[in-house]
Structure formats: C-alpha cells, structure tokens
Design a protein around this ligand. Sequence first.
Ligand SMILES: [Zn+2]
Length: 192
Amino acid sequence: MPADNSNIKGSCIKSVCEFVKADAGEQKWQQIIEKLPALDRAAFFGVILPSKWYPIESYFNLLREIEKQIGGAARPDLGIEIGKKIIADGLNSFYRMMMGILNTSWILTKAPSLWKMYFDKETLTILHVSDGRLEVKIDTPLDPPKMYCCAVMGGILQALESSGGRQCRGQEVKCRANHEACCEYHLTWQMK
Ligand SMILES: [Zn+2]
C-alpha cells in the first residue's frame, strides 16, 4: 500500500522513546535509532517535540526496529505495553479529570478527540458501543507493522482501564497487516 503522508504526534514518539530507554536503556535507544533510514534517524535524533507532527511511516520503521531489537517471541506483549505507556502519558496530561465516568456517551464524545491528539489522517470509526462493549475500525490505506496494531490495542485498553473499566479485553478481528481493508478491534469490559 502506498504511503499517504499521514502523520503522528510527537508526544506519541516521545512516550515510545521513554519506554525504550526505561525498558532497555539509553544505549539501546541509540542503537535502534542508528539502524533507521537516514530521514527517520534525523527526525528522532535528539529532542523529540511533543507538539510536532512526524511521518507515520517513520513511526512504523521505528516500531519495526524496536520489534527487531527488543521484541520477538520473548516479548509478545511489547506492542501492548508501548500503547499503554502512550495513552497513560496522554491521559495524565490531558484527560485525568474525565476519568471514572466510562459510559457509552463518554466513548462517543471523547474517543475520537483523544485519537485526533495522535493522528492527523488515520481515522478511528466507532462501529458499535454499548455498556461493556466497543467495536472500532481504522481504515486508512496504510500498511502498518503488527507492533503498531498491538500498540493501538494497548492504548485503547489503557483508556478503558483508566476510565474505570475492569477486566478489559480486546481482540483485533481484522488487520491491514493481513491484507484486509481495515484494522477492526472488539473490546469488552465490566463496570464494578
Ligand atoms: Zn492491524
């Protein structure tokens, strides 16, 4: 699939950078950056600006290199962990005051604006929402690495958990990485 000049917000890259440094060390982050194509390396070298937009293809390349250097079979939940870190950071700075009121109207009004904090063209569509159940899809014509999809899943799970959901579970039932037209996620939780 062709690139479509989609971008991702620097705050997301910054969280990924902090995750890798805390998980594997400063030196490992440098080793990951050094393996990236020159343009991506230049973008991620030095200070990452939270408010700046970065090319989503650069983010994909970063996740592929992270998967290669610290992921693999030994870390099947690495993408989920990364997504949780991204949203935990984002919610800390922005949405904390809205926590604890998880319900269908919260999701319908807050999820799209939360998503727009991170992506300029990637679109998240809510297919179904009811108490304890959410179905969403992302259908921009990009070809993401699986780690990206896992990070999205981790981010959604973190948002649900931070909002008061218990026993949050998620499954990606369709995936662009499997040559399907969209990535579709089904999530369930309980309120107790
Ligand atoms: Zn996917």
